[in-house]
Each structure stands twice: as C-alpha cells, then as structure tokens.
Design a protein around this ligand. Sequence first.
Ligand code: DON
Length: 305
Amino acid sequence: MGSIAAIVAEIAEEMRGHEHRGKVADYIPPLACVPDSKFGMAVVLHDGTVHVAGDADEPFSIQSISKVFALTLALGAVGDQLWARVGREPSGSAFNSIVQLETEHGIPRNPFINAGAIVVCDVLLGRLQPREAIGQMLRFVRMVAGHEGIVIDEAVARAEQDTGFRNMALANYMRAFGNVHAPVELVLGTYFHFCALSMSCRQLALAGRYLMDDGRTEGHSVISARRARRINALMMSCGHYDNSGDFAYRIGLPGKSGVGGGILAVAPGIASIAVWSPGLNPSGNSHLGQLALERLVHRTGWSVF
Ligand code: DON
C-alpha cells in the first residue's frame, strides 16, 4: 500500500478527469447551481494526521449527513426511548418516501430517511425551542470538528422551506399518527436548518472523529463507545437509503450521504473520511463520492469485512 497522502492525491486526480459524474440535485434551487466539476476528499487518521485533496476546503451543503449529528443529539437527550418512535431497519425505499408510514403506524423505519429525521427533530423539540435546537446543533458540529467557522446557509434553509412539500406531507402524516408532537412548521424549520449546514470535507472528516474513535474526539468523550458503535451500525445498514446494501457491498464502511453530494464514511479505529462531488446517482448519493471511497478501501484494505 502506498502512503495515505499519495492514495488520496491519486484518487482526487482520477476523479478530476472522470467523465460520468452523476446528476446534480435540482429540487432545491441553490444546490442546482453547484458545478459538477467539484471533487474534494479529506481523510483524518486515528493519530490526528489529516490528508486532503481537490476541493476539500470548500464548504458545501451537508444535507442528510446532518441526520447523523441530529441522531447523536437526540440519543443524548432521551437515550433509548428514541426507539419507541423510530425504527432501526433499512427502508429499501427512497429517502423521501411516504408509503411505509401508512401500514407502519407513522413510525419511520430509521433515523436516516427524511421521515425518521423529522421525528428526531421533534424529539429534540420536546425539550428545546427550535432556535435552541439549531444553536445546539451548531455548537455540537463546531465542537466535534474543532472549527468555529461552521455556519448554516440561510438561503438553502429558505429554499428547502419553499420547496419542501414532501417533507410537509411526511410531517403532517406522522402528526396524524401522533408521532410528531410539536407544530409541524417548527419541526420542519429545525429539520431544514440542520440540512442547510455548510461544511467542507476537512471539517466533516474532523467532525466524524468521534465515530471513528469509540465516541472520543482528541481524547475527550463525546458519546459512549457503545453508542458510537451503534450509530456506525445504523450508518452501515441505512446510511444510503435504498442504495445502502450496494454501498456496504462495494465499500464496506459505515457511511452517510446527502443530496449536496457529500458522504461521511468511518473506518472504525482507523480513519474518518469525507468526500464531496455534487453529481448524484439515481438514489441521491454522490456518484463519484462512492467511486472514490470504493477505490480508497480497495487500496487501503479499510473495509470492515
Ligand atoms: O429533505 C430533503 O429533501 C433534503 N433537505 C435532505 C435530503 C437528503 O440529503 C437526502 N439525501 N440523499
């Protein structure tokens, strides 16, 4: 195996010239403006060394990757009681699907599909006002990334609000089942602000250190080792929606994607990895991001299997 620095640089170079780049999400207008030529990668090793390549320092909309941080906060707030309101099984459906909710009594399959993340936001609002929950999220990601400059892109949050008809349907439907308690507009306002977090690959990979290192960041405990293992298990089984099985097969790491084209992947005990390329595959996951991760695990042997 070559050095990690050389492998990261090599993969970024391969991705730069790649012809098939997927399709940039256009259902949230500000995301549609991001050029598909972008590619960034950051790898933070267990010893703290950071290797970056390409557009690794350019902030992008982390979108559904925020669902990992929201889950971490909700488990911190209510512990395992969360699982009375959201499941832990892959959905096999699109990230914004509503169909299972009808026969499954408004209980979403997992916290990483939109319906599940909306319930997670509602759980946080059981104790906090939306402004406080958003503030808590910002403090959390700044703390775990060690970067005070991380912000929420208000233009993205507003655009989500203006176009989020499916999310409104999901939240209202779950409210009808009694699984959303706070007013729907407050829950969605919180959810949209979480999705609109703007981070670079470097910041995201640094933020993922607690999942790589048994719940610790720079030696400080963020969550318990058991909780970190369980969040990783959910990322492996549910982190890529109806594409989760294929991601596990090809890459073999816990990972979470977002429609901004980012993926956070974790090699437990070894590395926290972030990739970004805005072109998506049909399931809404970064096409080149997955390819880059596939090449990384192939060249390093980091698959957990
Ligand atoms: O709820 C939405 O539609 C987006 N704000 C987040 C979706 C997302 O990132 C799903 N990802 N692949």
